[in-house]
Design a protein around this ligand. Structure first.
Ligand code: MLC
Length: 467
């Protein structure tokens, strides 16, 4: 099937190195489209389905794809945007139907697999950026292959495994980590359209491995009858993309007898560290650097700090990306002179190499496993009438880990109506980026340098989502 999809891509003049931008709902067909793109040596660029047409316009302009594959239901909203960038727009539904299928019907299958160099780019994954502009992390064929081969070994994948796949497939976690492990081992996946605890409960008796973000596990804990018996066949629950609270780890162990394996990764380096399959999985830690990955914890001068001291986590290895798409200066500033990628996460490492992520250098918010940089949302709100300035923060949220809060200072003589503001923001920002709570203040707290003190705001609004 991927050869037939590859034929469709070829018939649309997609060739090696071209970008294929894809915003489609999760389905097995979408995976075939991914494989077809790699098959002809083109670059797969998946987009979160929550992105609005305004947001998609940015990605189209930035990635300059030859082809944009979208859902039939959004075609009307996107057709002009695509035309402006010169990309062909084709549609693709969850059953594979759409104009891409029509192209496939008239095209010849491409049986051969393009010869690519290990360093050629296989995929660009957009991550939110500190400046408000999303950056495209370029991952090479070798990045993907080396990481997947390491993971199947590390997590002990075997022929008899069945993987429960309830993650979206527009990010590293669902697309590369989960799908690659399954495909490389030729095992089955129970491929759910989205995470639904009741559906997961139905599938649990048939599966042996599940991957998820912490929200999956906190929601399962609240599902009736979720207990040791429901996951008798499961040999491994893996968590990542956001910090797993120690209390969740312990509650899960008490309720099911299962020790969740927490691992650490990011779009720029796929999987980086993991608790062990055999050996102790310590809650609140992400385990050890993967094979062939070197991790060091450094001070601001890029000098390694002593064991158990806090510093910035840096890494080097076959998993580390090739830079940000068309942002050479940004790329250069995130690598050290000796080739380590500066993650931006604050961490500690003990004498044995066990790593604990203790915080973030930048004001990144992680909500339900999705990264959000405040700048983009602050700019969107600041542009609205009646707003003087805005600070976006993440505060504890029982379900999502962190919930997004906007603290707004209204312009003189204006009053902020939170409900109306949310309605205004929804067509502009993907749903997960729309603040869940809005507070107004007379002025934002600033330090002597004039910088907004987000820590003060996080403290002040820490109970915003308390029941
Ligand atoms: C959806 N919504 C969210 C949200 N997801 N709000 C905040 N944070 C999120 N993550 C909003 C929607 O806009 C909508 O708002 C409402 O919640 C219900 O939408 P939904 O689609 O029904 O939500 P739900 O199915 O409950 O989704 C929540 C979720 C999902 C946690 C299951 O977000 C999810 O699957 N997250 C996984 C993300 C992921 O794969 N991350 C990996 C990144 S890779 P409204 O207002 O319209 O009601 C990575 C590297 C690594 O980080 O190490 O893995």
């Amino acid at each position: 099937m991927s050869a037939r999809y590859a034929g469709a891509l070829r018939s649309l003049d997609v060739t090696q190195g071209d970008r294929v931008l894809v915003q489609v709902d999760k389905s097995p067909y979408a995976l075939l489209l991914y494989l077809a793109t790699l098959r002809i040596g083109a670059i797969f660029v998946p987009l979160n389905t929550a992105y609005t047409p305004t947001e998609v316009a940015y990605f189209l302009g930035d990635a300059q794809p030859r082809l944009f594959v979208a859902r039939p239901k959004t075609e009307d909203d996107l057709v002009d945007i695509a035309r402006n960038t010169g990309a062909a727009l084709l549609t693709f539904d969850t059953d594979g139907a759409g104009s891409l299928a029509d192209a496939m019907a008239n095209a010849e299958a491409v049986e051969e697999i393009a010869r690519t160099d290990a360093n050629d780019i296989a995929s660009i994954i957009y991550t939110s950026g500190t400046t408000g502009r999303s950056k495209g992390a370029m991952l090479s064929h070798d990045n993907l292959a080396s990481n997947a081969l390491t993971l199947i070994d590390l997590w002990g994948f075997r022929e008899t495994d069945v993987l429960l796949h309830a993650l979206p497939i527009y990010h590293v976690h669902g697309l590369f980590v989960a799908v690659h492990c399954a495909m490389l081992c030729g095992i089955s996946m129970r491929f759910l359209e989205r995470f639904d605890p009741d559906e997961v409960m139905r599938q649990l008796p048939a599966i042996t491995v599940m991957m998820g973000v912490p929200t999956f596990y906190t929601r399962l804990l609240q599902t009736s009858d979720f207990n040791q018996g429901s996951c008798e066949r499961v040999r491994l629950f893996i968590s990542g993309s956001a910090p797993l609270l120690e209390q969740t780890w312990h509650a899960f162990f008490e309720q099911t007898g299962q020790r969740i394996l927490e691992r650490y990764g990011m779009s720029e380096a796929i999987m980086i560290a993991s608790n062990p399959l055999e050996g102790e999985r310590i809650p609140g830690t992400v385990g050890y650097a993967l094979a062939d990955v070197t991790i060091r914890i450094c001070d601001n001068e890029n000098q390694p700090v002593a064991a158990n001291e806090t510093g910035v986590l840096q890494m080097r290895g076959p998993n580390v990306f090739k830079g940000y798409w068309q942002m050479p200066e940004k790329t250069a500033s995130e690598f050290t002179d000796d080739g380590f990628f500066i993650s931006g996460d604050m961490a500690k490492m003990d004498e044995h190499g066990r790593i604990q992520i203790v915080g973030r250098e930048k004001d990144l918010v992680i909500s339900g496993g999705l990264n959000i940089y405040p700048k983009e949302i602050e700019e969107a709100i600041d542009a609205l009438d009646g707003v003087s300035e805005t600070a976006i923060i993440g505060v504890p949220h029982a379900d999502l880990g962190e919930g997004l809060v906007a603290v707004i200072c209204p312009a003189a003589g204006f009053k902020i109506e939170p409900e109306a503001m949310i309605t205004t923001l929804k067509p502009r920002l993907a749903g997960f980026k729309v603040p869940r709570k809005i507070f107004t203040v007379d002025r934002l707290p600033r330090n002597a340098m004039g910088k907004v003190q987000k820590n003060v705001l996080r403290e002040k609004f820490s109970d915003a989502f308390d029941p």
